[in-house]
Design a protein around this ligand. Structure first.
Ligand code: ADP
Ligand code: MG
Length: 313
């Protein structure tokens, strides 16, 4: 299939933010209700993700940093699971290859700690982790790939990328508690809540907003009085997966009509049956194609326009 060729290009760890993304996704996959994220020097020297999920036993732990590629790719969810890596099942292996990784995990009956350097396992020992869950620590990303390390951005920029990704997780998983620290400073301490609370936490400057709920779209949007010079206040998800799609931004703003100044805020969750989403998306470009776009686009514009009536005095 054409899908496979497109994916091969993305076989590398993009940087600290993609490590954070994969680790947090694993925590969510493990059913975590509380996730703690920590980075140091923009994630270049240290990244930690701690969760209270299912955990891993000794065997799972050993397997976790080996590639366990699945090549069955059928729909949007499958392709999206490829994320920034070659195939599903390679994230931890890919990260381990270019870092020193320490994974500590308790699955409720046993508790171990694994250490690997450049993908080679150095030790696996019993370790007294008291609570069920997993801690993944990634030290010195790209220590063994100087060319990649050199091309990382400044600490401040890499940190900003991570912050932006963490904000996406905060918005798409409001029922999960998140604590996020960067260089020992607490950036977010977000108890489990709801979308509105999370929106207020991330965009405290927005004083007029409304929840929206259409056939294919739900979320929260600002009144036209609140806007930014760029689209950093527009965060869209398809089936809870973050997408960056020019057409969707355009369609969303279209709902505000002619008088629009700059870019309003909107956190949109587009939910369509998987079979109506095309698999022809590049995992890194985050674009999405709907097989029947007009139905979805007009629903978004109409839902936004309807909701905005509440701000007209
Ligand atoms: P994938 O998530 O696609 O299966 P990964 O490389 O991201 O591949 O993870 C490999 C495996 O390690 C997962 O399938 C899971 O079994 C295990 N794993 C990774 N992180 C965690 C975690 N935080 N909690 C429990 N299990 C985990
Ligand atoms: Mg994963």
């Amino acid at each position: 299939e054409h899908v496979i060729g497109k994916i091969a290009a993305g076989e590398v760890v993009a940087g600290p933010y993609s490590v954070v993304k994969e680790l947090v996704e694993n925590s969510l996959d493990a059913g975590a209700t509380k996730i703690e994220i920590e980075i140091k020097s923009g994630g270049k020297s240290y990244i930690k993700v701690k969760d209270n999920g299912e955990g891993m036993g000794r065997e799972d732990l050993l397997l976790s940093i080996y590639e366990h590629t699945t090549s069955k790719i059928n729909d949007f969810d499958d392709i999206y699971n490829l994320s920034s890596f070659g195939f599903r099942g390679e994230a931890l292996a890919s990260i381990a290859k270019v870092s020193r990784i320490v994974i500590t995990s308790n699955n409720g009956s046993e508790s171990h700690r694994l250490e690997a350097i450049g993908g080679k396992i150095k030790s696996v020992n019993e370790y007294p982790l008291v609570e069920k869950g997993t801690i993944v620590e990634v030290y010195d990303l790209f220590f063994n790939v100087p060319a990649r390390r050199k091309f990382l951005k400044s600490e401040a920029t890499e940190k900003r990328y991570v912050v932006e990704y963490v904000e996406k997780f905060l918005l798409s998983n409001p029922d999960v508690e998140f604590i996020f620290r960067a260089d020992n400073e607490i950036i977010y301490n977000a108890r489990a809540s709801n979308l509105e609370e999370r929106f207020k936490l991330i965009f405290p400057e927005v004083k007029e907003y409304t929840l929206i709920n259409g056939k294919y779209v739900e979320g929260i949007i600002s009144s036209p009085n609140y806007h930014r010079k760029n689209r950093t206040g527009q965060i869209f998800f398809v089936q809870k997966r973050f997408v960056m799609d020019k057409m969707l931004y355009y369609i969303f703003e279209n709902g505000y009509g002619e008088a629009l100044v700059d870019h309003p805020y909107g956190v949109l969750f587009i939910n369509v049956p998987s079979k109506l989403v095309d698999v022809n998306v590049h995992p890194q470009k985050l674009e999405v194609k709907f097989s029947n776009p007009n139905i979805i686009y007009s629903d978004i514009t109409r839902t936004v326009r309807e909701a905005l009536k509440k701000f007209v005095s």
